[in-house]
Design a protein around this ligand. Structure first.
Ligand SMILES: C[S@@+](CC[C@H](N)C(=O)[O-])C[C@H]1O[C@@H](n2cnc3c(N)ncnc32)[C@H](O)[C@@H]1O
Length: 254
């Protein structure tokens, strides 16, 4: 079973790159993330994501943007913390894809392809209304996907009135099932509503994550309390090691 050293809390509240720097080399089996990329701000300004302003989940009703010029430092750390043979999935729009792909390749990842999250129904906006999002699929070293018959289009309706840009748990479950085995460690440096953490725990994987926002931390603590039998406050102090070693916590994983 994969283990981090025992200083790793399940949930942390730091800048994503600083948090990754706190992790050991080659300590993570899979990293899936959805950064608040620059072009989200553009969509918001022109009104295609105005509904996000009404979200109940963030105090400033929006989260801060992670600029494209920080992708290099982010991807260097992602590459370092991932194990020798592992996968990395990056949720992003088509504009950000053109920035992110060459930088990730430059730091050492092999790019396989964009996987499409098909939201089934069209969203707001104009000029070909948005129905899909990209999930860039990268590999460090060589790791076989668990199932070769899974298509590169994942159909799943979007989440309504959730956290801003919340991703469905079922989409992340496909990626986790494909790229990890039970007990392995999934990480997300920008967890938001912690949908990736929920997907990991539902599939009996371990999870560690980070988000800079108070609102995200509160939601994540509440959502993960279902899978870890301890008070929500304590979840931030519990470590992956605790989960592996304490029998009642392991049994609590649904
Ligand atoms: C697009 S959202 C993630 C949504 C998430 N995938 C979900 O399903 O709910 C991006 C998150 O990054 C966080 N964030 C913004 N800047 C950050 C930074 N520098 N370090 C860590 N988190 C950051 C925001 O607070 C926000 O929750």
């Amino acid at each position: 079973m994969s283990k981090l050293n025992n200083s790793h809390k399940i949930l942390s509240q730091l800048d994503a790159v600083e948090w990754l720097k706190s992790l050991d080399d080659a300590s993570i089996d899979l990293l899936i993330t959805d950064p608040p990329y620059e072009s989200l701000e553009k969509h918001r300004k022109i009104g295609t994501t105005t509904r996000l302003k009404e979200s109940k989940s963030s105090s400033n009703q929006w989260f801060s943007i992670f600029p494209n010029d920080r992708f290099e430092e982010l991807f260097i750390e992602v590459f370092r913390v991932l194990k020798k043979n592992s996968h990395f999935y990056l949720f992003c729009d088509s504009e950000t894809m053109f920035h992110a792909k060459p930088i990730a390749e430059q730091v050492g990842f092999k790019f396989w392809k964009p996987i499409i999250w098909d939201k089934v129904k069209i969203g707001m906006g104009y000029h070909y209304r948005a129905r899909y999002e990209n999930i860039l699929f990268f590999e460090k070293g060589k790791r076989k996907l668990n199932n070769f018959s899974i298509p590169d289009i994942i159909e799943c309706p979007r989440i309504h009135k959730g956290y801003p840009t919340e991703k469905p748990v079922d989409v992340s479950k496909v990626l986790i099932n494909q790229s990890t085995d039970p007990g392995e460690i999934v990480a997300d440096p920008f967890f938001g509503s912690c949908s990736i953490g929920v997907a990991a725990f539902e599939l009996d994987r371990n999870f560690i994550g980070n988000d800079i926002a108070d609102g995200a931390m509160e939601i994540a603590q509440e959502r993960l309390s279902k899978y870890i039998t301890t008070s929500t406050k304590e979840i931030t102090e519990k470590t992956v090691e605790d989960i592996n070693l304490v029998p009642q916590l392991s049994l609590a994983l649904v």
